[in-house]
Write a protein that binds this ligand. Structure first.
Ligand SMILES: Nc1ncnc2c1ncn2[C@@H]1O[C@H](COP(=O)(O)OP(=O)(O)OP(=O)(O)O)[C@@H](O)[C@H]1O
Ligand SMILES: Cc1ncsc1CCO
Length: 260
């Protein structure tokens, strides 16, 4: 099933509007292109709304929340409200500071997202649990019942990454043993997983299936890249190469476990 998801993304070539952080943006653009999608990155408020309306998917990422970036994100969300364009919210740094956590809670109260994601600590912080964050890195594993509660509360798919990637929609839960540890030394790998997930949503895949396909893709590609015995710099290149192999079915993909 997952293999056909990536074949479909490559066929549809969805246009993905990223309103994202300065650190992860290059990797996200590279991942989108490796999958055959088309990335566009702009947060400039005068154009953010029209660019978002012309896109097949919109990604809002809280990683470097400068005032102008937030204004652009607000424009993009307002312009796509009530449309069929899938929107993904990445909770980067939720729990790092009160203003950021409050900003994310406000976005979730005002807008409906097809998917909300973060690492385990960020999702635990959103659920109001104590979370261990060092900068934007987190080691807390979210409880599955918190994930399911958040999914029901916000009527969305919630994905928490970590040693085990866990996801839930209002009716189902799924999980997959995470990717290779080398992914933790690739800054923005979680953000780029959001890009892959949005690509699947924008190609018309349902959120629960899209989340399983995205975590399976990252698990398989990181394992293949690490098996090529590379260090942190060349891992990035090998990882992108392996993602490209998924388009043609050349990368065996694991299936996530969970309620179908
Ligand atoms: N301990 C781990 N072992 C194996 N894979 C992991 C581990 N922790 C995370 N991963 C994998 O790394 C990828 C990114 O997840 P992570 O939780 O590090 O995201 P993140 O903190 O949001 O990343 P970033 O902020 O750098 O974008 C996922 O594919 C996840 O499966
Ligand atoms: C290191 C870092 N700081 C803000 S965003 C980011 C990239 C990973 O999310």
């Amino acid at each position: 099933m997952s293999r056909s998801v990536w074949a479909r993304v490559a066929e549809v070539r969805p246009l993905l509007h990223h309103l994202t952080n300065r650190v992860a943006a290059p990797l996200q653009a590279e991942v989108a292109l490796a999958l055959g999608a088309c990335p566009v990155m702009t947060c400039w408020p005068p154009e953010a709304g029209s660019v978002a309306r012309g896109a097949d998917g919109v990604l809002v990422n809280a990683g470097t929340p400068e005032t102008e970036a937030q204004a652009g994100q607000d424009e993009a969300l307002a312009a796509t409200e009530g449309t069929e364009i899938p929107r993904l919210l990445d909770l980067v740094g939720c729990g790092l500071s009160l203003p950021r956590t409050e900003r994310l809670r406000t976005l979730l109260a005002r807008h409906r997202f097809a998917c909300v994601k973060g690492n385990g600590a960020e999702v635990a912080a959103l659920a109001g649990r104590p979370a261990l964050l060092r900068g934007v890195e987190g080691t807390t594993e979210v409880r599955e019942e918190d994930l399911a509660d958040l999914a029901r509360k916000h009527r969305t798919l919630v994905l928490a990454t970590g040693g085990t990637d866990r996801f839930a929609d209002p009716f189902h839960t799924g999980r997959l043993a995470g990717g290779h540890e080398a992914l933790r030394s690739l800054p923005g790998s979680g953000c780029a997983l959001g890009t892959a997930l949005l690509a699947a949503l924008a190609a018309g895949v349902e959120p629960f299936e899209a989340a399983g396909a995205a975590v399976g893709l990252f698990a398989a590609a990181s394992t293949r890249a690490a098996s090529r015995g590379c260090g942190p710099g060349s891992f990035r290149v090998a990882f992108l190469d392996a993602l490209g192999e998924a388009r043609t079915g050349g990368l065996p993909l694991p299936e996530a476990e969970g309620t179908p």
